[in-house]
Design a protein around this ligand. Structure first.
Ligand SMILES: [Fe+2]
Length: 396
């Protein structure tokens, strides 16, 4: 058991690498609801978050906090004079914590998700910024979890160290990934760092699965640390996702449980989702081939009954050139997927049954739009997915 929290209990469960995809279940065997087709919950999820039934489960996405410590520049001229002054370590409260705390107070979430570029690792070779971030998140007394962005693996402390700090943090649910041991050596079964999932259980029923994955695209390329410069999901990650979902389907009586997921970089299906709000991009010719594409123009999504919203102020590069992963999300009953990386985007819209959302940037570090700072409230569990941005303004 990892820890007991005040109202929620988070259990660290053993990895389910002992049986094959549906190897614990015979197709001819009659499904027994009590034993979930012979599949245990700990075979399908890495963590369990227990929440009382009869109410919404609230998740708060905080993205691209991207803390910079200007006293840790590797070369003296990396930052200008103004930036050096602006991003001194004593400014963390004014630039990040106060906005994050306001979002947490207003949402009162059951789980907080950081969706990458949590720390600007290039400016954290001592690891002190990561320690400060962990202390801040742990102080809320709420379970939290994370994915890595392209900047999180840049510290010279190394990926193993970075992962270990999160895994050991008091209220953090983090797993570097499923491993197998060959000749006494541990080997990660999927590319990237931080591929895992969390099962939300209400009144003993699994009501939602939360997926955390590494969409790669890191500054440094080091396969020995499972760190890759090319953005996107790799074959082992997709296979891990498929295997876990097949097991979950058996556990859940033949239908996939509802789920949502997070990684740092956006998928092309997001572009299709916001096309109906006027999005066009000369950089992304994967739709309307043969038609002249208009230049990108920033837009806001007007309030509407679809539950869509937010704004798109900058164009994107997407991690996929096909709909393969989107089709998997549909197949496995995934309600929505959440991104960060582009600090001036916060649009949320549905494409082909799946809601795609850019979280609201949670701090003033690096480039940003000052009217678009805060967190993204996500309702899941017994309720269908709903998304709402919480725009924070510091209260003196
Ligand atoms: Fe990023």
């Amino acid at each position: 058991m990892k820890r007991v929290l005040s109202t929620l209990v988070a259990l660290l469960l053993p990895l389910g690498i002992g049986c094959g995809v549906v190897g614990c279940h015979s197709d001819t065997e009659e499904y027994d609801e009590d034993n979930h087709g012979g599949v245990k919950l700990e075979d399908c999820v890495d963590f369990v978050l227990n929440v009382e039934g009869g109410r919404d489960v609230k998740i708060l996405q905080l993205t691209d906090i991207q803390i910079i410590d200007s006293t840790q520049q590797r070369t003296p001229d990396r930052l200008g004079e103004g930036q050096t002054e602006m991003w001194l370590p004593e400014k963390m409260y004014d630039l990040a914590w106060k906005y994050m705390r306001e979002a947490v107070e207003r949402v009162q979430p059951d789980l907080i998700v950081l969706s990458g570029d949590n720390v600007y690792g290039e400016f954290d070779d001592k690891g002190t910024t990561q320690s400060a971030l962990i202390a801040e998140l742990d102080s809320y007394g709420i379970p939290w979890t994370l994915t890595f962005g392209n900047h999180d693996n840049e510290t010279r402390k190394g990926v193993a160290y970075t992962c270990e700090q999160y895994a050991q943090a008091k209220n953090c649910l983090f797993l570097r990934g499923s491993v197998e041991t060959v000749d006494g050596q541990e080997r990660l079964l999927a590319e990237g760092n931080g591929n895992f999932n969390i099962g939300i259980v209400q009144d003993g029923e699994l009501t939602e699965v939360v997926w955390l994955m590494d969409s790669n695209g890191h500054t440094d390329n080091d396969p020995s640390q499972n760190m890759f410069s090319e953005a996107g999901l790799m074959a082992g990650q997709i296979e891990w996702f498929r295997e876990r979902n097949e097991l979950l389907k058996v556990y859940n009586g033949g239908t996939s449980p509802k789920s949502i997921g997070f990684f740092h970089h956006p998928m092309r299906a997001y572009g299709d989702a916001v096309k109906k709000y006027g999005y066009s991009s000369p950089n992304n010719k994967f739709w309307g081939e043969g038609n002249a594409l208009k230049p990108f123009s920033p837009f806001e999504i007007p309030e509407n009954d679809n539950g869509d919203g937010g704004a798109m102020l900058e164009d994107c590069v997407y991690i996929d050139s096909s709909y393969v992963f989107h089709e998997m999300l549909k197949k496995y009953n995934c309600e929505g997927w959440f991104f960060g990386h582009y600090h001036k985007n916060s649009a949320s819209a549905v494409y082909d049954g799946v809601r795609y959302t850019f979280g609201l940037k949670a701090s003033l570090y690096d480039y940003h739009e000052s009217s678009m700072i805060g967190g993204t409230e996500i309702i899941v569990g017994e309720s269908p997915l709903a998304v709402r941005h919480v725009y924070t303004q510091y209260k003196s």
